[in-house]
Design a protein around this ligand. Sequence first.
Ligand code: BGC
Length: 414
Amino acid sequence: MRRFLKTNMAIALLMTAASAQAEDVEVLHWWTSGGEAAALNVLKEDLESQGIGWTDMPVAGGGGEQAMTVLRARVTAGNAPTAVQGLGFDIVDWAKQGALANLNEVAAKEGWDKVVPEALQKFAKVDGRWVSAPVNVHSTNWVWANKIVLDENNIEVPTTWEEFTAAMDTLKAAGITPIAHGGQPWQEATVFDGVSMSVLGPDKYKAAFIDLDESVLGGPEMKEAFDRMAVIRANVDDNFSGRDWNLATAMVINGEAGFQMMGDWAKGEFLNADKVPGEDFVCIRFPGTSEQVIFNADQFMMFDQGGAVSKEQSALASAILSPSFQSAFNVVKGSVPARTDVSDEAFDKCGKKGIADLAAAAETGNLFGSTAHGHANPAGVKNAIYDVVTAHFNGEYDSETAVMELVDAVSIAK
Ligand code: BGC
């Protein structure tokens, strides 16, 4: 009996020591689809191999709006998670509020300044302090198509808006839903990223959505952009309302629909269903935007836990930025690395194209933040744009009214 007690005490002591050594990280994120969960596992396993435990805090909802609501409640209650998935201006906002830990030590040790693209540093480094660890670069101006459906209907990959509308007509006549879409404001805004770029071109996209220039927000090209959104609305199925983005992707995967306009996280769903780019599906830039990359980057913000950045937060940040993780994770997620020095060798056709497109766009001044995913403007303006785009998509406004509402909504929100 005494021996038994002694052994038990020894085990208890060992366990206490172990848990004191390795705290868990609690990670709040919105990666809940099949493809997203597969990518997240790459990160979980990486940390587990370093003896760092993972407490999962998933909040479903593409684009992360619901996750941000939960985050605000947690911070208000004085109980911020260790690390939180964040996008663009949201990160800057939390940093300005003093809520984020300082990652400068690990960033300096690992030379992040030299390898993280400038466009991302704008959001990851605030007032000279690294506050978040960039995981990837996604892009929204993509179209995903079922290759077999295209072939069976003699449709060439469309490169212009006219070819795209012709392809939609062909599919409709064949009884196939031309566009798979999920009727949620963030998804409509994601489509609007590519559509507006295709009409406005890069200079006017920047003037409208980044500089908030009223003459472009209210100009004739913006009406044309809304007219194109109406064409897309006319080519979705009757059950689009409220559908999650990954269920829309599934419609393209199983041949129920021809195309989906969605960020490259959609590729994660194709891969998770064992589909092969170039054989089962194709990835193309939204017609008319082949030179541009509209980007959003996932980062993990490290929340201040009262004191200096914790050992686990530094380890998580370091794991995220390691070149091998950047390759392994982004191959599965559909995104491209957040470092400029990672080889494209492990990436499939679409991933290689994504990496090359990003480098070329950065070089030629064709890289722009996504309006839909918080990389063009802070949340207030982003949400004002969501409201107008969604109201128009759902038939509340015609295109002319939508343009006027856009100007008003943005001027009130900015
Ligand atoms: C994120 C992606 C995510 C997508 C859908 C985007 O805002 O950047 O990582 O897969 O939302 O949930």
